[in-house]
Design a protein around this ligand. Structure first.
Ligand code: ATP
Ligand code: MG
Length: 109
């Protein structure tokens, strides 16, 4: 099974074509670096993989699960470490984990 499968993904913001038919696969166990100059569309692609943004067309599968049709399972298979600090610095690590896990309906430890 492929870890990630991206097929002909397109996304534009108004007149800016951020993703213009991106396709590639990443196998399980593979280390993959997505490189490109500023504005190449790396963050846009990762956001669409994580369900933070929707592609205009094309499909993305994470461990065989479509990120749109099967978003709950797909998101559970994926961990995103953001480029910038996105957590409230007043929370402890434990509080941050509790808070975030609440979004996923995890009430226990
Ligand atoms: N929310 C948005 N609204 C409008 N345009 C956007 C938005 N997000 C990204 N863009 C534009 O889409 C293109 C791709 O941007 P993106 O942030 O995906 O590139 P990147 O490869 O992550 O760049 P960087 O290396 O600077 O992080 C750029 O032209 C950017 O200005
Ligand atoms: Mg970026």
């Amino acid at each position: 099974m492929l870890a990630i499968s991206i097929k002909d993904v397109r996304k534009s913001y108004g007149k800016v074509q951020a993703l213009d038919g991106v396709s590639f696969d990443i196998k399980q166990g593979e280390f993959f670096g997505l490189l490109g100059p500023n504005g190449a569309g790396k963050t846009t692609l990762i956001s669409t993989m994580a369900g933070l943004s929707r592609p205009d067309s094309g499909t993305i599968e994470v461990m065989g699960h479509d990120v749109e049709k099967d978003f709950r399972i797909a998101r559970r298979q994926l961990g995103v470490v953001p480029q910038e600090l996105v957590f409230d610095p007043f929370f402890t690590v434990r509080e941050t984990l509790r808070f975030q896990s609440g979004y996923f309906g995890l009430r226990q430890r």
